[in-house]
Write a protein that binds this ligand. Structure first.
Ligand code: FES
Ligand code: FES
Length: 161
């Protein structure tokens, strides 16, 4: 079937089987490798993308559902100032980074800060529920998110608010 959607701000059209997974389409048709094939069952977050503005596991989205909708991958998000806020916060706090979990962690933080610019520690930890990383301590992740929030506030308002 023919499927048209918006990918990282561009209108795209593909010919594909309706039940292929979005993660496979992103990786194989578009060579966007930031969404990883991890558990392929919606648990690890390695395949995360923004789908109409919400973070979802792209391994759980059959591509026919994407028709007419908007997908932003980590490659698209990496072009934004919001991405730089998060990387800056992670670097300040010493959050570990690897090709497997980065996409999940970064998109989880963006989703959290977009809705809640000053999250509490329990809200921060809850935001990482679907973003599996066994090698960064929760306290370090929380410090990274708070640092990212500070960087963002200074960028937008010129100071912490
Ligand atoms: S590969 Fe999609 S959630 Fe793990
Ligand atoms: S840094 Fe990637 S799994 Fe922890």
């Amino acid at each position: 079937m023919t499927i048209g959607f918006i990918l990282n701000g561009e209108d795209v059209t593909i010919q594909t089987e309706a039940n292929f997974r979005l993660v496979d389409i992103l990786r194989h048709n578009f060579k966007l490798l930031g969404a990883k094939e991890g558990c392929l069952s919606g648990r690890c977050g390695a395949c995360s993308v923004f789908y109409n503005g919400r973070v979802v596991p792209s391994c759980m989205i059959p591509v026919f559902m994407v028709q007419g909708n908007e997908v932003v991958t980590i490659e698209g998000f990496a072009l934004t100032e919001e991405y730089q806020d998060i990387i800056g916060g992670f670097n300040q706090a010493g959050v570990r980074s690897c090709g497997y979990c980065d996409t999940a962690k970064i998109l989880a933080v963006e989703s959290l800060l977009a809705a809640n610019p000053r999250p509490e520690p329990d809200e921060i930890l809850a935001a990482f529920d679907g973003a599996l990383c066994r090698c960064t301590e929760p306290e370090t992740l929380a410090r990274g998110v708070r640092a990212a929030a500070e960087i963002r506030q200074r960028r937008i308002y010129g100071r912490s608010v």
